[in-house]
Write a protein that binds this ligand. Structure first.
Ligand SMILES: [Ca+2]
Ligand SMILES: [Ca+2]
Ligand SMILES: [Ca+2]
Ligand SMILES: [Ca+2]
Length: 485
């Protein structure tokens, strides 16, 4: 787990890594030496099961939040690390297991360790009020190569597969190749008003001549019948020299200029370590965010400063892990109008509260963040996991409260830790905080004023823990935590 930060530190300092450096850590074989840091880190996640990823959405259209929990290391049909996603819907008793989705749900043959569920995204893409689920499977075998695939599931009383395997095999001029990691992250956006698309990160894609492992993002248009058609692909060439950037490792969408269409933010935590913003249909390079250290390992979007565009629409803000001075920070970036165009400008940094001189080795800020107005002050709290907080893969979750433009501070609960759950993994910990998501998970939903709750993945303990908000605190409700079914 700590291999990655050490390698990134060396990479940022311009040091060359030898295979011996990698071989000295039992977690990563030497043959990963030419792969970017995040792939080496991914290799160490083989014990991560239920709760590695999560997404909250209303899949069945009843107005209540549901949740999908990813378990990319799940054994399916005897195939280790094939991966599965578990769907829970809100019932009168609270969150209840509904179904298990695997790559095979739509008929895709599970023949190897695909790590289905490594990435999740959800949004209603056909306008029926029921959210669709998109699942990345970055090691699925396509055309005989461990190249990766993604799948779309239609929302409804149960999720149903579209029976379409989305991969680079669909794209003229592109080919599935071993190790591409197509599906490492997925995002759903409206890059053209009314027309949903999905963006798929391919962070180990080779591009250029001579080929460099630059990374890539493929974009697919989604039809009203939920079928995907390739529309474009890009790397970061428009922004400057190519390198082992791991472009596409993390993706989020946000409408940063209030024109009714989403912009795509792409994290590139490799050699360059920056964020690229794309805008328009087709998406075109819009802004490169770099400087001060390494961006790209973790991203979140929320309404953290309670600001509004002149239209009255709320102004979204980006939170992104930035690593500098051997330390992890969450950088807050907000849209600022310069001339006639908005761009994202950093407004502040939140240091890792738990590092204690540990440098950036505690997993703080890796992955996707959650946003929720737990305290009803009009601006979202920022929820960030740190799944490796020093004492084995133990983990913390930090909740930062927005002061409505006056910066971020701790909410009255500085950090949460799932001590009961960690007892399941006394030697390795439980990686609590690997995924964070917010929604209303208590019943009835109006029982305490619609307060928002939180679900936290602890994938080495094979469970996700529930915290119920009362507007003032998050109260652990381990009795209703959900374990791998
Ligand atoms: Ca629902
Ligand atoms: Ca739908
Ligand atoms: Ca926009
Ligand atoms: Ca708040």
């Amino acid at each position: 787990m700590r291999l990655f930060p050490l390698i990134l530190a060396a990479a940022l300092a311009g040091c060359a890594l030898s295979p011996d450096d990698l071989a000295s850590d039992a977690g990563a074989p030497a043959d990963l030496a030419d792969h970017p840091p995040s792939q080496q880190r991914a290799h160490s996640l083989s014990a991560f099961r239920f709760g590695t990823t999560s997404v909250v959405a209303d899949f069945n259209g009843d107005g209540l939040d549901d949740v999908a929990i990813g378990a990319p290391s799940e054994t399916v049909g005897g195939v280790e690390q094939a991966g599965a996603v578990y769907i829970y819907t809100m019932r009168t008793t609270g969150l209840a297991y509904l179904q298990t989705v695997t790559a095979n749900t739509g008929g895709f043959p599970i023949a190897s360790s695909g790590r289905f569920g490594s990435s999740l995204a959800a949004r209603d893409m056909n306008g029926d009020g029921k959210a669709e689920l998109v699942v990345g499977c970055p090691s699925c075998i396509v055309s005989g190569h461990v190249a990766g695939a993604a799948f779309v599931y239609r929302g409804g009383s149960t999720l149903t597969a579209t029976s379409q395997t989305i991969s680079q095999a669909m794209i003229p001029g592109e080919a599935p190749e071993d190790g591409d990691r197509f599906g490492e992250d997925v995002a759903i956006g409206l890059f053209s008003a009314g027309h949903p698309s999905i963006a798929i990160g391919v962070p180990s894609e080779l591009t250029g001549s001579p080929a460099l492992r630059t990374g890539w993002v493929d974009v697919f248009a989604i039809s009203p019948t939920l079928l995907a058609t390739p529309s474009q692909g890009m790397n970061d060439a428009a922004f400057g020299p190519l390198a082992q950037n791991d472009f596409g490792f993390k993706l989020v969408v946000m409408d940063l200029d209030d024109d009714g269409t989403d912009e795509l933010v792409v994290g590139s935590p490799g050699t360059g370590a920056f964020l690229d913003v794309f805008k328009g249909a087709p998406l075109a390079a819009y802004q490169k965010i770099a400087g001060g250290g390494g961006y790209g390992m973790g991203l979140g979007v929320g309404y953290w400063h309670n600001a509004h565009f002149p239209s009255g629409h709320r102004m979204p803000e980006l939170a992104a892990l930035i690593q500098h001075d051997n330390f992890g920070f969450i950088a807050m970036l907000r849209p600022v109008l310069a001339g006639t165009a908005y761009t994202l400008v950093k407004s502040g940094e939140i240091p890792d509260p738990g590092a204690n001189g540990f440098a950036y080795g505690d997993g703080f800020g890796y992955g996707h963040y959650a946003a929720a107005d737990f305290d009803h002050n009009g601006s979202d709290e920022l929820i960030v996991g740190a799944n490796d907080s020093g004492d084995g893969l133990d983990g913390h979750v930090y909740v930062f409260r927005s002061l409505n433009g006056g910066g971020m501070t701790f909410w009255n609960q500085r950090a949460m830790k799932n001590v009961p759950a960690c007892a399941y993994g006394p030697t390795t910990g439980c990686a609590f905080g690997s995924s964070v998501a917010a929604g209303v998970f208590h019943y009835p939903a109006t029982a305490n004023g619609g307060d928002l709750d939180m679900i936290v993945g602890a994938p080495i303990a094979d469970r996700a823990d529930l915290y119920l908000g009362d507007g003032t605190h998050m109260i652990p409700d381990f009795d209703h935590s959900i374990a791998n079914p």
